[in-house]
Design a binder for this molecule. Structure first.
Ligand code: ADP
Ligand code: MG
Length: 324
């Protein structure tokens, strides 16, 4: 199967338009064309996934398609942007049709779920690598940055943390295992790894409320650290408030908090919000976040008042460290 046949068969169908759309030209020309409304800003980001580094060897292609698009789209959620389109740069060792069919299926399901259209891409031969660039829109000036956190703001996180990190352990110890695990708790955390859901609605809901936001890809402490650094502030987090799922607690006991603090891959959001704005926020939004601490003027991250030193960092990160 040639390059163009492969693109036509597996990727062109992902470029279908649903109703009115701002993509004027999709795959097939030299570039895609996206119209940007004059009252919006274009928000875009690219993510690369390398086999054996960012996903396991022989990982199910439909899971890979979902996960790759979800991970990229999560950055749009963290900025408060609405997704529009994506491009896919695919490097493949061979044109395995069953594999391509699985990848396209996972990409298609994720794109439908998140509201994205494939606008173009590039296809080459080589070791398996996927790069996905996502494009979204925010009302002019409304993108939520990492740099706006101020002392006194509350630190909030969505969902529960640590599930996907625990799943990674199961995937690594028994390669080839899938979500059909006989243990419901193990299946729950594996599903969190295989099918992360970018918190698009929550990110959009944070516009005008949050002073900063980030998606948790590398672990709460690491990613909150990026906000604190960009904002030139510090924070204190209360361990007991960090949300952990019942499944993770049953699987990992007292260790579950280590997963929640240090492991990534959950793609939940962490944001800072002035207390008065939090009080006045819609209860539907508030229900989906947990307040875990407060931003402080003194730089650095504290857990229950004690500085998170490089030593205690290392203890956690050694277990969960991923490359890049
Ligand atoms: P060019 O040589 O002009 O850069 P290419 O030959 O790389 O164009 O691609 C031809 C067309 O096919 C382009 O419109 C490109 O966006 C699209 N395309 C290539 N690979 C993919 C892919 N994996 N998914 C979607 N579209 C693709
Ligand atoms: Mg060209």
């Amino acid at each position: 199967m040639g390059e163009f046949e492969l693109i036509r068969q597996y990727f062109m169908p992902l470029a279908r338009l649903h109703g009115p759309h701002s993509i004027l030209v999709g795959p097939g020309d030299d570039c895609a064309v996206q119209r940007v409304p004059s009252d919006s800003d274009l928000v875009f980001s690219i993510d690369t996934l390398v086999e054996g580094v960012h996903f396991p060897l022989d990982y199910r292609p439909d899971y890979l398609g979902w996960r790759a698009l979800a991970v990229a789209t999560s950055d749009l959620a963290a900025m408060g942007a609405e997704p529009v389109s994506y491009t896919l740069a695919l490097t493949l060792p061979e044109a395995d049709e069953a594999w391509l069919c699985g990848l396209a299926s996972g990409l298609g399901k994720a794109a439908d779920a998140f509201g994205l259209m494939l606008a173009g891409g590039d296809t080459t031969r080589g070791p398996l690598v996927l790069s996905i660039q996502v494009h979204g829109l925010v009302p002019r000036g409304a993108a939520i940055l990492r740099s706006g956190a101020r002392p006194g703001d509350l630190v909030v996180v969505s969902g529960t943390l640590g599930d996907a990190g625990a799943a990674l352990g199961y995937l690594e110890s028994r390669s080839g295992v899938d979500a059909q695990s006989s243990f419901a708790d193990e299946a729950f955390v594996l599903e969190r790894y295989h099918h992360p859901v970018p918190r698009l609605g929550l990110g959009a809901g944070l516009r005008g409320l949050a002073t900063s936001a980030i998606d948790i890809s590398d672990g709460l402490l690491a990613d909150l650290g990026h906000i604190l650094e960009a904002s030139s502030v510090g924070a204190n987090i209360e361990r007991a408030r960090v949300p952990v799922s019942a499944a993770l607690t049953r699987l990992k006991g007292v260790e579950s908090l280590d997963y929640a603090l240090h492991s990534g891959d959950d793609y939940e959001l962490c944001a800072t919000i002035p207390e008065a704005d939090w009080m006045g926020a819609p209860s539907l939004l508030k229900q989906q976040f947990t307040v875990i601490g407060v931003v402080e003027a003194a730089p650095g991250l504290r857990l229950d008042g004690a500085a998170v030193g490089s030593e205690s960092d290392a203890i956690g990160f050694d277990h969960f460290r991923r490359e890049l």
